[in-house]
Every structure is written in C-alpha cells, then in structure tokens.
Design a protein around this ligand. Structure first.
Ligand code: AMP
Ligand code: ZN
Length: 467
C-alpha cells in the first residue's frame, strides 16, 4: 500500500514491522467541549485508513488517548488547562466535564459509523508512566527542572524539526504568536513535561511526583500511553495537520530520547475542514457540531459521504449547499441500491475485478473519491446482474461505512424548514388541482421530486415520502 508519510514528505510503501498486525496510534480529543465537525473529519479519515488496512487483510491494533488533563489553551504551554476552562464555563467539576464530553464524543463516532479503537485510555490514568519517562529523560540529560516545571531540552536532539520541516528561525519569540518568552526555559522551543507548580489556582487534577505536586504536559501523555499500550514501536501515528507542530514533533523528541531508537515510521495527517471564514476552531465558541447538522436535517452519514468525496490531504470547505448535494447524492445512491434484486447467481470474476480496482484506489494514498467512482461504475455496469452488484456494494461498504444497503437512515431526517415547505407546496397543489390547473399541480410535484420528495395521493389526502 502506498501512503503519504509526513516524516519523509513522500508517498511511500507502507510496511508494518509485523506483517500480521499494524500498531496504530491516534491522538484523541481533549474532552472540554463538543467535537466540531472538523475534528470529526480527521476521525473519519483515520477510520477509513483503519478499515482499508483491515480490508487488505491486516489486523489493526489501534490506541487512542482521551485528554482530560494538561492540554493548555495554547499548544505552546501557555494559557490555562482547557479542562479547567470548560468546567468554569459550565459550572461543573473537571471530572463531570470529562465524563460528559467523552460520552458525547463516542456518540458522535458511533453516529458516523467510526469504529471505536480497541484501546482507549484516559490521560489521567497513566501518571506513573509519565513519571517514569520523565525521570529517565532527566537522568539522561534530555530534560531539566527549572522554576518549578520540568522541561524537555530540544537542543539535545539533532533533528528535532524533522517532522515539521520547520525552520527554527521561524519559531523565535515575536515571529510566531504562540511562542512566548519564558525565562525558565533554556531554549524558547523547550516544552513542559511536568508542571510541578500549578500555575492556576483552580487546577483540580494534580498528582505527587519526584518534583512536587503537579500534572503532566499534553505531549508526554501520548508518548506515555503509546509506550504503555503498544510498546517500543509504532507502525503509524495519526492526527490532524495542526498536530504536526508542536504536538507530534514533541512526541517524537521525547519518545525517541526515552527509547533510544526510532519510534514510528509513518506519520499520517488529515487536512483541515474549514468554513468560509477559515479554519474551524473551538476558541470562538461558534462552531459546527454533528448535533447541529442533525437538527438541520442531515443524517450524520451524509457528512461522512461529504468527507469521502475529497482526499484526506486536501483542505475541505464546509457549506450547507455542499451538504445538500451530499445528502441528495447519498439518498439517490442508497435508493438505487435498495432496488437491486438480491436473488441470482453471483459473478465471482466481476466481484474480483471490482475488488481489485477498489483496493488499488485505496492503496494509492487512500483515494476515496476514486473508490466512490468505482462504486458508481459497478451500479452502472450493464454486464453484471443485480445480485453481483449487491455483493460488491456490501463488500465496499466495509470501508465506506455509509450503511449503503440500509435504506432507512439518511432518508428519514428532513429539516423543519423543508417539512414546512413541502406542506405549503401540497396545499398550493391541492388548490391548483381543485381549479383544474394541472400544469401548476404537476410542476409542484416535479419540483419536489428534484428534492427527492415524492408526493403520494391517497383518498385521505396527499402525503409524501423521501426517496
Ligand atoms: P482536539 O480535540 O482539539 O485535540 O482535536 C482532535 C483532532 O481534530 C486532532 O487530531 C486535530 O488535529 C483535529 N483537528 C482540529 N481542528 C481540525 C479541523 N478544522 N479540521 C480537521 N481536523 C481538525
Ligand atoms: Zn497526541
């Protein structure tokens, strides 16, 4: 399989260390707020990666962390703990906030048919591992205690910038907004491994450590959990592009300093979802959630379909117009599949042919839009029978996870606005029919058909179905 590797900045053959099992680590959410649909785009891309690998025959051991402590409002160790901020916002404890948003996050994943990673670990459950790693890093000269915090000394690593390809000069104080002069640091780019003096009086989660009572920095959490749950090597590490620097850069520095060897061969990063004003972020409190899309009448799988239409490494701009197109296309697609006659002999050669085309598209750096085109080609193919088509579609849906053979989900939800519009149109049509104005009546029926709404005239009156 060929996959883009952020580390080499090339498309390369993906070869796991153990041919039987892929060890995959994915940075999980910081559970202080709802996930926005941008975050969810990254988890959809990672899900397609995992399911595609499984489709190729690999077993995937996937681990995800849940950040419930230590992620400050700036990724450069300034600001306050996001969890504390979330607790204050809602007048709850950090524990309540963590539990609530963790549950909502997994509900969102489930609505999007994203497979739950087999290993899910809370950052606050692995404090002893972080302490063990930090202790070794201090003893080996990679970390130092200064002004109450333990810092990682980035000057001890030759190729600290190897993942991001950044130029250290770009990162000097004053050049970037998120790098602040901290006189306790030896180098401006050094990052915190352990906060021994809680900078924030409201910090609730704190633990004893050899350096005093405190809490871990965000980056050490992923290195610690990956080490404890997956061992000394990873095959692939995933996240959104914003994680490349500083988060993943720092994970590599501390993990490789601790382990004494290369840690992870492949780095997979999903491009961002933007709205028309730019990057989607939680900081402005006005962000799109999956629940909001549902309230507006979009089945979550329409959003998954929308994401699958573009390449995971291309930025994607969200708009309701684009969602409407995705919704209509998915509905039409499912409708077509629901009409396939499942009885009949399956043409194994055709199954094999499309199966290998599908794999080829996946193996070409996960070309999901081509994979969808192949699915449409199957449905259009006049040389194969319905039963064969149905068999191929079912197989492909192991990766797409769009419930393609279940015609219920995406059809039943329509927005209140659309429902009102339909009812109004039915009323106008009834009046037109009464007046024998069949041109108007027919044009209303045809217009609604373009929205995938079919009118049904019964003795009791006119109803509608979503097709
Ligand atoms: P967070 O909960 O902020 O730690 O982010 C969870 C995941 O979402 C990380 O992998 C981020 O890299 C990713 N992410 C953040 N913003 C976006 C965005 N606008 N589009 C896609 N992925 C994002
Ligand atoms: Zn991480």
């Amino acid at each position: 399989m060929k996959l883009y590797n952020t580390l080499s900045k090339k498309i390369e053959e993906f070869v796991p260390k153990n041919a039987e099992q892929v060890k995959m680590y994915t940075c999980g959410p910081t559970v202080y707020h709802f996930a926005h649909i941008g975050n969810l785009r990254t988890y959809i891309s990672e899900d397609v990666l995992q399911k595609g690998l499984e489709y190729l025959g690999y077993k995937v051991m996937r681990c995800m962390n849940i950040t419930d402590v230590g992620h400050l409002t700036s990724d450069s160790d300034t600001g306050e703990d996001k969890m504390v901020k979330g607790a204050r916002r809602e007048g709850k404890t950090v524990y309540e906030i963590a539990e609530f948003y963790t549950n909502v996050f997994f509900e969102d994943l489930s609505k999007l048919n994203i497979k739950k990673p087999s290993i899910i670990e809370k950052a606050s459950d692995h404090i002893n591992t972080y302490i063990k790693i930090i202790d070794k890093l201090i003893n080996d000269g990679y970390a130092y205690l200064s002004n109450g915090n333990v810092y990682f000394d980035i000057s001890k690593i030759d190729d600290y910038y190897k993942l991001s390809g950044k130029n250290p000069a770009e990162l000097l104080v004053g050049v970037r907004d998120d790098v602040f002069d901290d006189s306790a640091k030896k180098n401006p780019g050094d990052f915190v491994l352990w906060f021994t003096i809680s900078k924030f009086e409201n910090q609730v989660m704190k633990w004893d450590s050899p350096w005093g009572v405190g809490y871990p920095g965000w980056h050490i959490e992923c290195s610690g959990i990956a080490y404890e749950m997956l061992g000394d090597y990873l095959d692939i590490h995933c996240g959104g592009v914003d994680n490349i620097f500083p988060h993943h850069t720092n994970e590599i520095a501390q993990s490789e300093a601790f382990l004494g060897h290369k840690w992870c061969n492949f780095w997979f990063h999903g491009a961002h979802l933007n709205d028309k004003n730019g990057k989607m972020a939680k900081s402005n409190n006005d962000f799109l959630t999956l629940t909001l899309l549902e309230e507006k009448g979009y089945d979550p799988l329409c959003y998954r379909y929308f994401c699958l239409n573009s390449h995971y490494r291309s930025q994607l701009v969200f708009s309701y117009e684009a969602m409407d197109i995705a919704k209509n296309s998915l509905n039409k697609l499912k409708n077509k599949i629901s009409k396939l006659n499942k009885d009949g002999e399956i043409d194994k050669k055709s199954v094999q042919y499309y199966n290998s085309k599908f794999k080829e598209a996946f193996c070409n750096d996960i070309n999901t839009s081509l994979m969808l085109t192949i699915l449409y080609d199957v449905l259009k193919d006049n040389n194969i029978n319905d039963a064969t088509k149905y068999c191929i579609v079912t197989d492909m849906d192991k990766v797409f996870s769009l419930d393609l053979t279940n015609n219920k989900n995406s059809n039943n939800n329509i927005s209140k606005e659309l429902e009102q519009e339909i009812l109004k149109k039915i009323e106008i049509r009834n009046i037109a029919k009464k007046n024998k104005d069949f041109i108007t009546a027919d044009s209303i029926r045809d217009y609604l058909l373009t929205l995938n709404i079919r009118l049904i005239d019964t003795k009791e009156g006119t109803t509608y179905e979503i097709i």
